[in-house]
Design a protein around this ligand. Sequence first.
Ligand code: GLN
Length: 503
Amino acid sequence: KLPHQKELFGHPVGLYVLFFTEMWERFSYYGMRSILVIYMIAQASDKNGPGLGWTELEAYQLYGWYVMLVYLISIPGGILADKVLGQKKTVMLGAVLLSIGHGVLAVEQDWAFFTGLGFIIIGVGCLKPNISTMVGGLYKKGDIRRDKGFSIFYIGINLGSLLATSFIGLVVAKWGWHAGFGLAGIAMILGLLVYIWGQKYITHVGNKMSLEDKKSDVSIGELFNNIFKSPVHLGIMTVLIIISLYFGYTKEGVDHWGYGALFVFLSLVIGLLMMIYKDLDSKIMKDRFLVLLLSFLLVIVFWGAFEQAGGLMSVYTEQKTDRMLFGMLIPTPMFQGLNAGFIILLAVWVANIWAKRKLKNKEASSLFKMATGTIIMGLGFVFMILAVREYEANGSSGMQWLILAYLFHTIGELSSSPVSLSFVTKLAPAKYASLMMGLYFAATGLGGKVAGILGEKSAEFGEYTIFTGIVVFTVIFGLIVIALLKPLKRLTHGAEDNEVEMH
Ligand code: GLN
């Protein structure tokens, strides 16, 4: 169905438009994220200007909710694209909202903090899943370049992150927190401009469904309506909602109402998914939908461990790591930049290792890569255990542990994250393509929430226990998936077999 596309370096030019748009968007996202927690716990007398003066616990709580919401909103963001605007316009809307959000954060007033975060959450929800689906849309079914395309796109993501984490610490040290937030805003405006300029190269992707497809389409309203026609599904959803409300009501504090609301939302999503499953035409589609949902469990585990980067590991870096190098103190955000730097260095290497395995007909399915990636990332926490040991003995720990931990995290991420994006675009039913991508990001967001909770628990159990727990859990979970690989792969009905070079 795709028209002939202009190419550059063997990929459609549209890929590079999306690459640079996403690069600037991620610059703003990761730049802001790298100072968020330390801004919240900074005192009024902080050297970078007054922070919010929150306790670490409060900061971890907000961080957890923030990272979760940023990605959870991808579900409505995906639905908006599938059903109303199409992906391309939804991305545009997201870019505008993000520019406003980061701009507002640059304002040095109390109201601005939560307002800015609100805009950013909705903006990312509109932009992130849909721009990713559009990358998939550049390639025909079965085109072997699709995985590579996502790897290239992933380099753009991390180039943005690397640039941001390299500069934002310096900007904050010189001009204060709000200049840092402002820099993120400027980056997002650049992203918006790139996207507007590049529209001519992406005319054929991310458009609203044609009228013809629309006729056979079922609206979200109809899907919910169908729930009321099916007592079993209605029953399951009602029970889930009642449990959620009870949970929120019987616990005290805003946090618990937050959980109550989250579980009600997830119950509605489960209701919707059951109806979509029922609505899918063929057994193949149903199976693929199922295996995709199952793979999202692995995604939650992966990001639950990985997202320690912006929380627990960020504070560990700030407070317990000896950051002096040649007489200079390395700013904390730069350590988060290590992840991005390693990605840029290693993305092609990791992609080639897997490609070689595939050529030799060895196991290299997406699910296998995702499971292996989770194990490798989990093993990275062994170095954090060693760091804690050294801190306990000497009162500070060397930065080599963080460097090694981030190296393993990165190799794990490269085996898992770009692969999952591509996997979603291969398996999702066309009319729910954006929604499924939204669900994928929502799973990463739930992982982010898990990471926040682990951070909160570190006050009670200590970092040593948390890091050890992460190693044990991720390795066991990854091994279970590998053990179940055969039946899981059967559910994909060969979606990844016979991929060929296409132009
Ligand atoms: N680092 C990746 C990105 O920003 C993955 C984020 C995620 O999937 N939660 O795109």
